[in-house]
Design a protein around this ligand. Structure first.
Ligand SMILES: Nc1ncnc2c1ncn2[C@@H]1O[C@H](COP(=O)(O)OP(=O)(O)OP(=O)(O)O)[C@@H](O)[C@H]1O
Length: 509
């Protein structure tokens, strides 16, 4: 067999946890090979080893049959291994080409000679692989999808043969996902080989040839994707069958919890991001907000939670106006917030897990008494969340959150907010980066909150998630409310049209 990369018997231990325990994965030339595993299974660790960021404790890596030692990412690059990270590493005010040659520029660079030659090569590569990138565009002016293509071009420019994609679609719109899948197919048709880390089984079915499944640091097996159903892959991954549908009864809405009236809010560029936006949400219901990313969802949530100032209009919670309250006062009035960006707004990465789980309540009993933190109560609280939300980390409550896997960080934030039992739970992209087993659990907990008579405001770019979970769906486009529909009476097509700005009643844009 023609293997471009073989990782055999890889072991990597961190304090308190064996992240990779005898893992084997073999990548054939010209294939898309998915790497699937639950949150914390060890996928990122394995790829960091291949990319030279960690050294394995045991095991062998071969590139084109030759045993190699990948001591740092430069060695990985030289061996033809490149990685598209989840968080792009681009310099915003620079052009596409400048970003691509960054690090390999010579003196000629400063006279523009390198740039012109490089731009030509970038253009050729872009054409060859169907990337459609303008070599002279500035990064800050292009979409997230385009920025990702620049990351791909960076690897191609350095003649990478093996491309690792780490959850590449987490930040993309449905159309961009489709385009990326075409690009990946072009890449393998031209002889490249791809390792794709993703939690989305639909995407694995759409593009991958084979899939290696790992669970708790161990290889479970490698399967041919065409012969394996989504259900089978999910079961291999979590060790039990997983339901993709949310089971829930009809909602029984009670009194109004959240009322947003004629809200106008400006974005960071001082442009109106929300225009006279109104909606109301009752106890006992889940209201989903559907829209293409960047249409005012973030500003709406920031205005409700107190992170952004309101130009005009009001936000009331249980009849009380929130406009002039601080973030803490709003939290204390009964708002829970699972933020869009867990690193920026959800966690303090260098604090321990325990500390992160009391961020909003550390100043009150039982967590603090007479100004002193009560470690027993704090640990007990953390242990409860760790158990119920299956938050996995090396050393439990004392783990530094930065060292935890992305999915487990997310579960910690969700656990903290749900356990506070707020009257209004705002969940923004709650299941981003979670494995299917965890998604099933989190959805159950959100429905449970609803059934307890709490109000849940769900913002998600995943239309499937909104349709599955919400009782009513409010569609937002360009900062305006296009309409509200009952989830049981709508479909993807209707929502898609509304998201593009077509009003349901009038049938006009
Ligand atoms: N630098 C580190 N120090 C300590 N523990 C670590 C470190 N990096 C990873 N771990 C631990 O190793 C385990 C595997 O983490 P890894 O990030 O590889 O998982 P993953 O499969 O990529 O998960 P996810 O799908 O959630 O991103 C986790 O329990 C994590 O807490």
């Amino acid at each position: 067999m023609d293997y471009v990369v073989e990782m055999v018997g890889i072991r990597k231990e961190f304090p308190g946890i064996v992240a990779n325990d005898d893992i084997t994965i073999r990548l054939q030339k010209g294939e898309i090979h998915a790497l699937l595993g639950e949150n914390g299974a060890g996928k990122s660790t394995l790829m960091s080893i291949l990319f030279g960021m960690y050294q394995p404790d045991r095991g062998v890596i071969k590139v084109k049959g030759q045993e190699v030692r990948i001591s740092n990412p430069n060695v990985a690059n030289k061996l033809g291994i490149g990685m598209v990270h989840q968080h792009f590493k681009l310099v915003e005010p620079f052009t596409v080409t400048e970003n691509i040659i960054l690090g390999s520029e010579t003196r000629k660079f400063f006279f523009g000679l390198d740039v012109r030659t490089a731009a030509k090569r970038v253009e050729e590569l872009s054409k060859k692989y169907g990337l459609n990138v303008d070599p002279y565009a500035k990064i800050e002016d292009i979409s997230v999808g385009m920025q990702q293509r620049v990351e791909i071009l960076k690897m191609l420019y350095r003649d990478a043969e093996v491309l690792i994609f780490d959850e590449p679609t987490a930040v993309l719109t449905p159309q961009e996902i489709k385009d990326l899948q075409d690009i990946m197919k072009n890449l393998v048709n031209e002889g490249k080989s791809i390792i794709l880390i993703t939690h989305k089984l639909k995407e694995i079915k759409a593009v991958a040839d084979r899939c290696t499944v790992i669970r708790r640091g161990k290889t479970i097996g490698t399967v041919n994707v065409a012969d394996t159903s989504r259900e089978e892959m999910a079961e291999m991954m979590v060790g039990r069958s997983v339901s993709f549908k949310v089971d829930k009864e009809e909602s029984k809405p009670g009194k109004t919890v959240l009322e947003v009236q004629s809200l106008t809010v400006k974005n960071s560029k001082k442009v109106e991001a929300l225009k006279s936006f109104s909606l109301s949400l009752k106890a006992g219901e889940i209201l989903g907000i559907a829209g293409v990313d960047g249409n005012g969802q973030s500003e709406l949530i920031e205005a409700i939670t107190g992170l952004r100032s309101i130009e005009s209009g009001t936000v009331t919670l249980n009849g009380k106006t929130l406009n002039d309250l601080s973030v803490r006062q709003r939290n204390d009035s009964g708002i829970g917030h699972i933020p869009e960006d867990r690193h920026k707004r959800g966690l303090v990465l260098d604090y321990t897990l325990e500390e992160n789980l009391i961020l909003e309540v550390y100043n009150r009993p039982p967590y603090s008494k007479k100004g002193l933190l009560q470690s027993a109560a704090i640990s007990e609280h953390a242990e409860h969340i760790i158990q119920s939300f299956d938050v996995r980390s090396g050393t439990g409550g004392s783990s530094i959150v930065r060292s935890m896997s992305g999915g487990n960080q997310q579960k910690a934030v969700i656990g903290r907010e749900v356990e506070r039992d707020p009257d209004l739970l705002i969940a923004v992209q709650p299941t981003r980066g979670l494995d299917v087993g965890s998604i099933e659990y989190i959805h159950k907990r959100l429905v449970e909150q609803r059934d307890k008579g709490k109000a849940v405001l769900l913002v998600s770019l995943e239309l499937d998630e909104v349709m599955n979970l919400a009782d009513r769906i409010a569609v937002i486009n360009n900062g305006e409310l296009i309409g509200i529909v009952n989830a049981s009476e709508t479909n993807e097509r209707e929502l898609g049209l509304m998201m593009a700005g077509y009003h349901k009643e009038e049938g006009t844009a």
